[in-house]
Write a protein that binds this ligand. Structure first.
Ligand code: NI
Length: 175
């Protein structure tokens, strides 16, 4: 297993639309293992393949306190979303250090395939419902900051670009 590099907002590759997975093979299993390891290491509660520059419809999620309930959703589709909404303070491994409220349907029902290609359905509320929707947005090239006001988004973009410059400068110094 190996850790994958997570793209940072506003990297334009985060806005690519992911394609459906058609081969449930050893390569997919390896990728899912690496994505899970990367998510746990970060640490985060979810990771979409788009965030590691693989533009295929693959998500890993673990919202459990004990970090022992890995969910893998391949080619996920939302079957139903509740009319009632919740506002949750979301964060993202591609936008480190930023948290802000996003309103979404409070409950969802989704259909996906596991790593062996077996279809399953999941009904979720609370953090898991938020997480499924947040990660599915990534697969469509959408980052949660796009739900915020243009003013907030521009501030976040400027902060991220400044941090990026500082990271690169430190890399040049040490490397
Ligand atoms: Ni995210």
């Amino acid at each position: 297993m190996s850790l994958l590099t997570i793209l940072r907002y506003p990297d334009p590759r985060l806005h690519k639309v992911a394609k459906k997975v058609s081969l449930f093979d050893a390569r997919l299993r390896q990728l899912v293992d690496d994505m899970a390891e990367t998510m746990y290491d970060a640490p985060g509660v979810g990771l979409a393949a788009s965030q590691v520059d693989v533009h295929e419809r693959i998500i890993v999620i673990d919202t459990s306190e004990t970090r022992s309930d890995l969910r893998v959703l391949i080619n996920p589709e939302l079957l139903w979303t509740s009319p009632e909404k919740i506002v949750y303070d979301e964060g993202c491994l591609s936008v480190p250090g930023i948290y802000d409220g996003v309103e979404r349907p409070a409950r969802v029902k989704a259909r996906a395939f596991d790593v062996a290609g077996v279809a399953f359905e999941v009904e979720a509320d609370g953090l898991l419902a938020v997480c499924i929707q947040h990660e599915m947005d990534h697969l469509m090239g959408k980052v949660f900051v796009e739900y915020l006001s243009p003013l907030k988004r521009n501030r976040i973009k400027a902060k991220m670009l400044k941090e990026e410059r500082e990271l690169n400068r430190d890399k040049r110094r040490t490397g």
